[in-house]
Design a protein around this ligand. Structure first.
Ligand SMILES: [Zn+2]
Length: 174
């Protein structure tokens, strides 16, 4: 969903209630497509787009349980996300060269407008991506790795007594 700067007035935030069935959400749903028989997770939330002096503020919150894969066993699972957003899009992007824009964006952790509009789909898409951990583990794999930790701390205590502990570890860790 594109919000154009010239649709906005200072002091009159544009409020968007996201019910989950909006067409503009489909790139996000495509990205986190669930297995055929699973229920399709919907993204819901409330955003408000405010025109301030030199920037546009996008704030609000959303809830989404995208379908993701466990990075250890590849099992599909839903990953519940509830995020608050508070982002600022600078209006002066046109005055800066692309290089300056990059530097400034990095320094200020700020965003610039493209063609004088805010794309709420990419705002949400990026936020979903950023809120997912790099390594996702399903409950089973999480339980397994907790077992590993218990085992290795136990082993450490006895290591000095058992010179072949390292060999045993090699066999068992597979
Ligand atoms: Zn797993």
């Amino acid at each position: 969903m594109l919000i154009r700067v010239d649709e906005l007035e200072i002091g009159k935030p544009k409020r968007i209630a996201i019910k989950g069935s909006e067409d503009w959400l489909s790139p996000i749903y495509e990205q986190f497509r669930s297995a055929p028989r699973q229920e399709v997770p919907v993204l819901t939330g409330n955003l408000s787009v405010n025109l301030l002096d030199a920037c546009i503020q996008v704030e609000g919150e959303y809830t989404f349980s995208p379908s993701v894969k466990c990075s250890r066993c590849s099992a599909s699972m839903n990953w519940p996300i509830h995020e608050r957003l508070d982002l600022y899009f600078s209006l002066q992007a046109d005055d800066l060269s692309a290089r300056e824009r990059d530097l400034t964006a990095k320094d200020l952790d700020d965003y610039f407008l493209l063609d004088n509009q805010v794309d709420l789909e990419s705002v949400l898409n990026e936020s979903v991506q950023l809120s997912l951990p790099l390594r996702l583990k399903c409950d089973q794999c999480k339980a397994k790795s907790e077992d590993d930790v218990v085992y290795s701390s136990d082993k450490e205590g006895q290591e000095s007594l058992h010179p072949f502990a390292k060999l045993r570890e090699l066999k068992l860790s597979d």
